[in-house]
Each structure stands twice: as C-alpha cells, then as structure tokens.
Design a protein around this ligand. Structure first.
Ligand code: G3P
Ligand code: CA
Length: 269
C-alpha cells in the first residue's frame, strides 16, 4: 500500500465475519456480531435495507421470509417484502428461531441499534447498502444514521468503517456525500475499467471465483479515492483450502461465514 495517511487496518489479510459469525448464529442479528466479538473478530459485515416507514434495518434478503417467522405472523402479506412492512411490524418478528431454538427471540435490528452494538463491542464494520435501486435516497439516510450514532467522528471513519455496494452509482454517491469515508465496490471490474472505479472507491471486493493473482496485482497498482493503493476483499470463503488460495493471490481481506476457519488457515485478525 502507499504511504498516504489512512486507516491502520492493513493486516494480510483482514478476516471479516460475514453477516456476523453467520455460520454459528442467525445472520445480521446482534447475536451474530456479539458471537463474532466473543470469537475474537472485530471486523463484521452487514446488509442495510429500508422499511415502509423509512427506518433502516439490517437484513440481507429484500423479503422477510427466509430469516424471520413473517409467514406465521403475517400470513396474508406475501411476498413479505421488507419495504412493505413498518419498523414496528418487523420488530415483532423472530429472526432467530429459523436458525436454531437457542436463538429464539432474536430480532431484525434497526441500523441504529446495530451501530450502537458495534460501538459497544468496539468492533469495525463493512456496511453494505443492499439493493439501493429499491430505496432512493438510502445513501444520505445511511449517513444520517451513522452521524446520529457517532459513527462519523474521525476515529471511526478512518479506522473502523467501510461502506460498500454492488451498485457503483451508490458507492459513488456515498463518496460524494462524505469524501472522508472509505468505500468498497462489490464486483470484478475489467482491468481496463479499474481507473474509473478508483476515482470514488478504496477497495474492490469480488467473488473469489472471478479473480486470479494477475487481476489482484492490477488492482493493487492503482491508487484509490484516498490516495492509497486499492485493496481487495473477497467473499465468501468458508474453507481452509480456498482461504489459502486467495491469500496466495494476494487479497487484503477475506469475508467469511466461518472466520475461525479462515484465521486458522491464513492468520490475520
Ligand atoms: O460482503 C460481500 C458479500 O456480502 C456480498 O454478497 O449476497 O452476501 O451480500 P451477499
Ligand atoms: Ca453483504
């Protein structure tokens, strides 16, 4: 990486607990990030979407069906889209029982609740704005919640927070609204297109099956939006052999449901 000032998160590689420690606790719940902390992982990843009444909530799918008991609680509301339910309705749902009875009563957290817990746990966050095309204005709203929960102070912006999306437009918007914030683009741009991305992002985060060592080296050659070498976090790597393989390719971070397995294989933190 370049010598430009910036975060102290270089670690070869960073191990991110994907949706929390999601192989061992229900994804995107406070329980999943608490467990990641107990296992010794400070970097967690999440997914942010918006309710009917404008509250940001932490959930991966754009429907509530897979990870809550919504079909029992609201049987007539198929297809159970997040954006068709109020925050109060979502707060009634059980987001833990599907995963295991010991997690009964876990909730879909609001982004506010989630940010407060990440802070209490002294963790770091890779925050994904999920499906922004469904939620016009979600970038500014996300920044508003980050500001209201103290997450736009210098220490947290520089060392403990990255905002990512599969939508380049969304990542660019976040960068333009808050240029000091570090961002990542989820995808695998062609090498020839990388300079365009480098204008508004700091990290390029591809699915591991789409990359090789040459591509990673090409990414590393460019300086990102903050004047540091672009870095690469890859997903979802849950076994030791694949972790070793992507480490050999030179990635800077590994996003995994099984952070313990990855750290055992490649080190990192
Ligand atoms: O952080 C990368 C990864 O989360 C992207 O895929 O579907 O799990 O959000 P997905
Ligand atoms: Ca995600």
């Amino acid at each position: 990486a370049s010598a430009a000032p910036g975060p102290d998160w270089l670690s070869n590689p960073i191990v991110y607990a994907h949706r929390g420690a999601s192989a061992y606790a229900p994804e995107n719940t406070l329980e999943a990030i608490d467990l990641a902390m107990e296992m010794g992982f400070d970097w967690v990843e999440n997914d942010v979407q918006r309710t009917k009444d404008g509250e940001l909530v932490v959930i991966h799918d754009d429907t509530l069906a897979r990870t809550t008991d919504v079909e029992q609680v609201f049987p007539d509301r198929k297809p159970w889209r997040v954006k068709d339910f109020t925050a109060a309705e979502i707060a009634r749902l059980d987001a833990g029982s599907w995963f295991g009875p010991e997690f009964a009563g876990a909730r879909v957290p609001t982004l506010r609740q989630y940010m407060n817990r990440v802070q209490r746990n002294q963790q770091r966050l890779l925050l994904e704005i999920k499906k922004p095309e469904l939620y016009p204005g979600i970038e500014q709203q996300t920044l508003d919640v980050l500001g209201a929960t103290g997450w736009l102070n210098e220490d947290r912006v520089v060392r403990r927070l990255v905002v990512q999306s599969f939508s380049a437009a969304s990542v660019r918007t976040v960068h333009e609204l808050r240029p000091d914030l570090f961002t990542a683009f989820l995808g695998t741009p062609a090498v020839a297109d990388l300079p365009r991305y480098a204008e508004f992002t700091d990290r390029i985060n591809p699915w591991y099956t789409t990359i090789d060592a040459d591509w990673v080296a090409a990414v590393h050659k460019l300086l990102g939006a903050h004047g540091r070498a672009l870095e690469v976090d890859t997903w979802i790597v849950d076994d030791a052999a694949t972790a070793l393989k992507v480490q050999d390719m030179g990635v800077d971070g590994i996003i995994t449901d099984k952070p313990d397995v990855v750290r055992e294989a490649v080190g990192g933190y």
